[in-house]
Design a protein around this ligand. Structure first.
Ligand code: ADP
Ligand code: MG
Length: 716
């Protein structure tokens, strides 16, 4: 059954060559080769906010076309990020035909702006089909790149009325807001900082399975996860996959992936086996947030394409297999200045330490104030199955600081004095001749959804298939708001304290005290934490439809409108889109499940029943049956057990269909989503239980699909 496809590009061909980094990217270095001095100056002025002239746009377009066609490109596209969570592209070739002559057809206008038909993307009611116009516009903060034979121009996407229809527009606005407010805080400590920007390093988890197995599982194909499947006797109990030796085929896949990623300027750095069998992770070095997110979107596509070339399928779903770990995307986030300071690095002197605690307190207050909104960003159907599972962060949002930082914070809460905090301390191994180890100021806590990890925060609750922007927009905006408040407080208290430093410290202290409930260094998996969290007033329930309402709460509206990131209309539209997608995802899952049961599971069960019936009606068995009464024959027991499950499945299918009809007749998407949460999930779980029981009874060759044990342990 298994197709052992040899790697298309062979191990030797796909070797990482550092000199190939970014060769498919129109980055600053390339611009210098292809553009005139005056054009380069024009771009600099443009980056500082001046409008771009038609002549400059034409010159850049010309250079881009020349560079791209020299590298084999034939088409170009605005590459944008609609609310599907995927990227979108509409290719045009570089040529115009006039009177039988072929001319170049790519100029400044086409570089700057395109007008794709907007009617078929989710908009949450921001446009109707008869007003379909939408515009894409070049985002010059993310460089163009060649993907296949197409020049991709990273772009924002807005409606005819200028409403954001994508993830990039509000993301860029949030980066601006963050810069404006955190820069004011930074100016309390440093001179000459022109710009503050968020950095992001995204660890991406995924599964790799045989392409042939994938092809035989409609549930994986249509929904991304297995909707039925009895557990494999072996799962992840042995804890031997994590960081284990990477299988040969997977190494070949990684080598090609890394080479392609490097050529596209994605600085992939790390690769390893993850906890679950068949699960892997890769991570690039962090970059400026906007570019890191573009790169992650591109990487997800690259992962899937590369896998297919190796006879594999890459699963990005948050929980492809019940009972074993799901996949996430750890968002390592920090703040940097254009002068090269990581604002979350622990200081070497009191002034820097005060900066560290200021930024830390601003972030803690931000996360505390908007914890529910941050949870709403990751409240997706995929995460519904993943969060709270082994290794996955729980659905309660808390922040882990680690022992050293926690102790310092607690000391500061008691006495308004700057605590000492060192970056690394030596660790004795008691073994001579081994190099001495340095201990970080934070330990690790895998159970925390939002963890301080030395010089950055790691938000671990984002789903593996998700677009990172929703979570990062909220984090940026919340930190910007908190920074504004910080500055206002420092200014208000300035005269009441003998020094600026003491005024700052008093604000830090108040921010830390205010946000205390969100800090938790313990085990997030401990059931007692739920109670403790409720006592602290943190939200515990992961009722997705209710959680999504946070998108339109008054504190969310205030946050986003003040920061000029979303208008109220745009927020309502996002809320609508999220609900719609929840309803649609469940609609697809439920109908795929019913279809699987009707067309695969039940027929297989009937077939086995028939075999058993034949056995039971054969003369020898009849004789056996009558002679050894009252005990039932195994065939008889099997037949009856199967019958019980078949009956339940049959009833369940009709029940589910009825529930779905009732739900779709509800008047609005809000009620539909809630009804799904309350009624459909339990119905699907019940059906699955019976289907899995049937799978466990059927002979191997009668079960119509590859099973967990086949899927999880064959790629070597
Ligand atoms: P882990 O040990 O948490 O699995 P990894 O090495 O897999 O760590 O990933 C850590 C990620 O954090 C990398 O992408 C790394 O580049 C990123 N990172 C490191 N420093 C920063 C920073 N200052 N800002 C953002 N991300 C950072
Ligand atoms: Mg990692």
């Amino acid at each position: 059954m298994i197709t052992k496809t040899a790697p298309a590009n062979g191990v030797a061909m796909a070797r990482l060559r550092p000199e190939q980094f970014g060769e498919l990217v129109f980055h600053k270095e390339v611009m210098r080769q292809y553009l005139s001095e005056s054009a380069l100056e024009g771009i600099q002025r443009w980056e500082r906010g001046d409008p771009i002239s038609p002549e400059l746009a034409d010159e850049i377009a010309n250079a881009l076309r020349q560079w791209a066609t020299e590298r084999g490109a034939t088409h170009y596209t605005h590459w944008f990020q609609p609310l599907t969570g995927l990227t979108a592209e509409k290719h045009e070739n570089f040529f115009e035909v006039y009177g039988g002559k072929v001319l170049s057809g790519f100029n400044g206008n086409e570089l700057l702006q395109q007008e794709p038909d907007a009617s078929s993307f989710p908009s949450g009611g921001l446009r109707s089909t008869f007003e379909a116009r939408g515009y894409t516009a070049w985002d010059p903060t993310s460089p163009p790149f060649i993907y296949g034979r197409t020049l991709c121009i990273p772009s924002v996407y807005v409606s005819y009325d200028g409403h954001a229809l994508d993830y990039k527009t509000p993301l860029l606005r949030s980066i601006e807001a963050l810069n404006a407010s955190v820069r004011k805080v930074v100016s309390l400590f440093y001179r000459g900082v022109q710009r503050v920007f968020p950095t992001l390093g995204i660890e991406q988890e995924f599964f790799l399975i045989e392409a042939s197995h994938f092809a035989q599982r409609p549930d994986l194909q249509l929904t991304g996860r297995t909707l039925i499947g009895a557990p494999s006797p072996r799962g992840q109990q042995m804890e031997d996959h994590y960081f284990g030796s990477i299988p040969e085929r997977v190494i070949a896949f990684f080598e090609e992936l890394e080479l392609e990623a490097w050529r596209l300027g994605i600085p992939l750095k790390t690769r390893h086996n993850e906890v679950a069998p068949a699960q892997y992770e890769c991570a690039p070095v962090f970059e400026e947030l906007n570019v890191a997110i573009d790169h992650n979107q591109l990487l997800m596509d690259l992962l899937q394409r590369t896998a297919r070339r190796h006879g594999l399928e890459c699963l990005l779903h948050e929980k492809p297999f019940a009972g074993i770990n799901g996949s996430g995307k750890h968002n390592n986030w920090s703040l940097s200045t254009d002068t090269g300071i990581n604002l979350l690095s622990v200081g070497k002197n009191p002034r820097e330490n005060l900066r560290f605690f200021s930024i830390l307190s601003i972030i803690l207050r931000a996360v505390y104030t908007h914890a529910d909104l941050l949870r709403a960003t990751i409240a997706t159907p995929g995460n519904e199955h993943r969060l709270g599972g082994n290794e996955a962060p729980p659905a309660i949002l808390s922040v882990f600081l680690g022992k050293a930082v926690s102790q310092a914070v607690e000391a500061l809460e008691k006495v308004p004095e700057l605590p000492k905090l060192t970056d690394k301390t030596p660790l004795s191994l008691l073994i001579p001749r081994l190099p001495s180890l340095l201990r970080d100021n934070t330990d690790r806590n895998r159970t925390a959804p939002f963890a301080f990890t030395g010089n950055k925060f790691e938000f671990r609750a984002v789903g593996a298939s998700a677009h990172c922007a929703p979570a990062m927009i909220v984090l940026n905006a919340a930190v910007a708001e908190s920074a504004e408040r910080f500055i206002a407080e420092v200014e208000a208290r300035r005269t009441a304290f003998p020094s600026k430093e003491m005024a700052i410290l008093s604000v830090v202290r108040d921010f830390l005290i205010e946000s205390r409930p969100i800090r938790f260094d313990g085990n997030n998996y401990d059931p007692a934490w739920q109670e403790e969290a409720s006592r602290r007033g943190l939200s515990v329930s992961f009722h997705i439809p209710k959680l999504l309402r946070t998108y339109i709460s008054s504190s969310t509206q205030k946050l986003f409108i003040e920061q000029k990131i979303f208008s109220s209309t745009e927020l309502h539209a996002r809320y609508e889109v999220r609900l719609e997608r929840y309803v649609k995802a469940y609609g697809i899952e439920l109908h795929t499940l019913l279809d699987l049961l009707r067309t695969r599971v039940l027929p297989a069960a009937f077939q086995y029943q028939q075999q058993l019936a034949t056995l039971l009606s054969s003369p020898t068995d009849q004789a056996l049956a009558t002679s050894s009464a009252p005990e039932k024959l195994p065939q008889q027991i099997l037949f009856e057990t199967l019958q019980a499950h078949i009956t339940e499945i049959w009833k369940g299918i009709h029940h589910a269909q009825k529930i779905w009809d009732e739900i779709t007749s509800l008047p609005n998407v809000e009620e539909q989503a809630s009804a799904i949460f309350e009624r459909v999930r339990s119905c699907m779980a019940e059906l699955r239980m019976h289907a899995d029981a049937v799978e466990a009874l059927l002979p191997k060759d009668l079960y119509p699909m590859p099973r967990y044990a086949d899927i999880l342990f064959t790629v070597r």
